[in-house]
Design a protein around this ligand. Structure first.
Ligand SMILES: C[S@@+](CC[C@H](N)C(=O)[O-])C[C@H]1O[C@@H](n2cnc3c(N)ncnc32)[C@H](O)[C@@H]1O
Length: 339
């Protein structure tokens, strides 16, 4: 079995090393695109391994840069690789890679911004299937700027929540890098002091796994922070099966005063004159103790809070569009900025 697997691995013809590529094409890292190149082959392979099935899968890599991770993906024998890179300076080196793989792996190179590109159009039709028990044979990998990874995640969660088929992309497993602290927060369970709204949001639609750290020293140039690798595998059924915007709003407001009793945040879902009464009612319907702190609430309990809120806004539709951004004190803003 191991031997058979090995035989499927794709050997690339001799190519210039990533160090040579960077030198050859004079690829000075651009700070505005948060370019930090991963130079350690063992760590690169570890990221690709964390992504799970690659062989015969479609793999979409976001921000391939000079192609270090791309080479490791290709070695695993994917069916097709879709590369989306914003910086056109990397295209010649990626084309070199695509030429070397001709006839063995189909590689599409797209010069563009992942946040403005509809990648669904590059995904083969046979991968776009309806929601079934087995995940679609497609994987998304990216060592991206952290801000882009976070926006991507939230977009993906919304896509997953809509469950409109055929749309395999919204079910793709994602393997992404984040600032270590943010990665830990995404996977933080109940009672973990790092738990925040991103933890509950991600864990509502996906199985979230913190895989491993990458020290800043593994990158060139070295970033100021260490990095964490996270995988998110969309679940067939979310914990809270309610519209995305409602779930996002309730979780955001309950966490809006992280250090206080959670009901204080929940009160901000309602207009001032009724907020204490309505929040109490919400907690009573949900059977949650109002003096729990947000990090002490389990995912399923957040589900009950969302359902209770949904019940209340059905009774009082005038609260549904209430602009619920809490008036913030400086200390709350500072805490939130760190999430
Ligand atoms: C941290 S570097 C990683 C490069 C390479 N994958 C590696 O691991 O060495 C991030 C890469 O993402 C690209 N990038 C940044 N923002 C992007 C965006 N919005 N869409 C697509 N690519 C982006 C950058 O140009 C850069 O190549």
């Amino acid at each position: 079995m191991a031997a058979a697997k090995k035989a499927l691995q794709i050997r690339l013809p001799p190519l210039p090393s990533i160090k040579d590529v960077i030198r050859l094409y004079k690829l000075r890292a651009l700070r505005e695109l948060s370019q930090n190149f991963l130079m350690e082959p063992k760590l690169i392979d570890k990221i690709v391994k964390a992504a799970g099935h690659i062989e015969n899968h479609v793999v979409c890599e976001v921000g391939p840069g000079p192609g270090g991770i791309t080479r490791s993906i290709i070695h695993q024998g994917p069916k097709k690789v879709v590369l989306i890179e914003k910086d056109p300076r990397f295209i010649p080196t990626l084309e070199l890679l695509a030429d070397a793989c001709k006839g063995r792996v189909d590689i599409d190179i797209i010069t563009g911004d992942i946040l403005k590109t509809d990648i669904a159009q590059f995904i083969p039709e046979d991968t776009k299937h309806e929601w079934t028990d087995s995940p679609p044979p497609i994987n998304l990998i990216g060592n991206l700027p952290f801000s882009v990874s976070t926006i991507l995640i939230v977009r993906w969660l919304e896509m997953i929540s809509k469950r409109e088929g055929p749309w395999s992309l919204g079910r793709a497993r994602m393997t992404l890098t984040f600032q270590k602290e943010v990665a830990e927060r995404m996977a933080a369970p109940i009672m973990d002091k790092q738990r925040c709204r991103l933890s509950v949001m991600c864990q509502n639609w996906c199985n979230v796994k913190y895989k491993f750290d990458i020290p800043g020293s593994a990158f060139v140039p070295k970033p100021e922070v260490d990095v964490g690798v996270v995988t998110l595998t969309p679940m067939k059924k979310p914990i809270i099966n309610l519209p995305f915007k409602l779930v996002e709003k309730v979780i955001r407001q309950v966490f809006s005063m992280r250090q206080k009793y959670s009901i204080r945040g929940a009160q901000t879902l309602f207009p001032e004159e009724v907020r204490e009464e309505m929040a109490l009612r919400m907690y009573k319907i949900a059977e949650i103790d109002p003096i729990t702190r947000p990090f002490q609430i389990a995912n399923g309990e957040f589900g009950r809070l969302c359902e209770a809120y949904n019940e209340i806004i059905k009774m009082y539709p005038e609260f549904e569009n209430y602009d619920n951004r809490a008036p913030k004190k400086k200390s709350d803003v500072e805490v939130e900025a760190k999430i």
